[in-house]
Design a protein around this ligand. Structure first.
Ligand code: GLN
Length: 184
């Protein structure tokens, strides 16, 4: 198995390190050719405006969307923003999942925090999620499954092969979200 990680900026190395522990090879996706022969794709946390700019300016939008149509894709924080069809009440033409999301909704960097998340639908208990300038999920289409809640907020969604978390599993030692992604 080979996992592509969108490689422009953000928490890329953390995923590479963790996936190498599983014996899985990774490739940083920066150009069209890099999309060849990947089995799964990760859009890491970082800065969604920067990733978006690169995807569009490097002419990768079409290939990105075509790839996401047939392999498992996981967007983390900024990555979840890239994948959502509506961002800050505007249509996101990179978006591939019918989610309405609001950027930086918990405040600034200083308001970043670790919260208990309920992921009981996947049989995961006592999960601590790291939120860094995280977005808030405002709404989503009813064919999308919510897998994780922080209080009354949805923080982990999935529809078929597309998964998003507004928290950062790569910043903890807990591998249970990876196990789930790798099982899709
Ligand atoms: N606030 C960032 C954005 O809007 C996301 C932060 C993150 O990925 N940790 O892209």
């Amino acid at each position: 198995m080979k996992v592509g990680i969108l490689g422009f900026q953000g928490a890329i190395e953390e995923h590479e390190k963790i996936l190498s522990e599983y014996g899985i090879s990774t490739i940083r996706i920066k150009r069209k050719d890099d999309f060849q022969n990947i089995d799964k794709l990760i859009i890491p946390g970082g800065e969604s405006t920067v990733m978006r700019k690169f995807l569009i300016e490097y002419g990768l939008k079409k290939l990105f969307k075509e790839t996401a149509a047939h392999i498992p894709v996981w967007g983390i924080c900024a990555g979840s923003i890239i994948l959502s069809k509506k961002v800050d009440d505007k249509f996101n033409n990179l978006g591939i999942i019918d989610v309405n999301i609001k950027r930086n909704a918990y405040g600034r960097q200083i308001n970043s925090s670790i919260k208990n998340i309920d992921i009981s639908k996947l049989g995961i208990s006592n999960y601590r999620g790291v939120f860094i300038r995280a977005p808030k999920i405002i709404g989503f289409k009813d064919d999308i499954i919510s897998l994780g809640m922080y209080e009354d907020e949805h923080v982990f969604l999935q529809k078929d092969n597309i998964m998003l978390t507004t928290f950062h599993p790569e910043l903890t030692d807990d591998r249970r979200i990876y196990n789930h992604f790798l099982s899709i």
